[in-house]
Write a protein that binds this ligand. Structure first.
Ligand SMILES: C[S@@+](CC[C@H](N)C(=O)[O-])C[C@H]1O[C@@H](n2cnc3c(N)ncnc32)[C@H](O)[C@@H]1O
Length: 219
């Protein structure tokens, strides 16, 4: 699964993961993280998530990274935002008032790009990556973040025998395995959402869980 796969998904408008409202777990669990009020929040693999607007509206400058420029243009157009656009190879920066998006590859980010980041909001990133890429994702995220930074992580789990991803199933055990070398992990909640999601039943699933975690980068 490479960058081209995702660029084509955006070109074709195949955005099954996108939520037309703020994520309910963000509103419920973010306040309990006690992130400093004006801390800059990093949103990896951000898509055109409205959660960036929720975070900005809560006083957090936001830095997203997204491989598809179509996504960056869409979040501006759909929300009446006028970006200042600057080429900063290997990225192109879309800067709005409180939201900046680096268009490019997450794996090209360096700690300098994340200067001033005090927290992370990470929904639907791991489920976009096939199993073999996830250890690299977790290691790169750890390398980007200073000690003490917390992340609200939201993943999806189902019986992988019944459906091929993406979205890929990511079990709670795997989150533990991926992140425990560099992060303290609290499991905050798990919800079976299959009853709300008839399209997943049609794809053969009989359960579908959302897991919510708090990670804290260790020193
Ligand atoms: C499943 S979507 C989730 C988007 C967003 N987090 C949300 O909750 O709506 C995954 C996103 O990651 C982007 N993506 C995939 N690989 C990437 C990479 N290596 N670097 C940056 N973005 C990437 C895709 O284009 C897609 O928008």
């Amino acid at each position: 699964m490479n960058s081209e796969f995702w660029r084509q998904r955006w070109q074709r408008g195949e955005l099954g993961w996108h939520e037309d409202d703020f994520n309910r777990h963000l509103a419920e669990y973010w306040p309990g993280m006690a992130v400093a009020p004006a801390a800059r929040v990093f949103v990896p693999l951000c898509g055109k998530s409205l959660d960036m607007l929720w975070l900005a509206g809560s006083g957090h400058p936001v830095l997203g990274v997204e491989i598809s420029e179509v996504a960056a243009v869409a979040i501006c157009d759909e929300n009446g935002l006028s970006p200042r656009i600057a080429d900063e190879p290997p990225f192109r920066r879309y800067a709005m008032d409180e939201i900046e998006i680096l268009v490019g590859d997450f794996f090209d980010l360096t700690p300098a790009h994340l200067a001033g980041v005090g927290a992370v909001y990470d929904r639907a990133s791991l489920i976009a990556l096939p199993p073999a890429m996830r250890p690299r994702y977790a290691e790169h995220l750890a390398a980007l973040l200073p000690a003490g930074v917390q992340s609200l992580l939201i993943t999806l789990d189902y019986d992988p025998v019944r459906m091929a991803g993406p979205p890929f199933a990511v079990a709670a055990d795997e989150v533990e395995m991926l992140f425990s070398p560099a992060f303290d992990i609290d499991s905050l909640a798990s919800f079976d959402v299959i009853a709300e999601s008839p399209r997943w039943r049609q794809r053969g699933l009989d359960w579908l869980k959302e897991h919510v975690f708090r990670l804290r980068r260790r020193s």
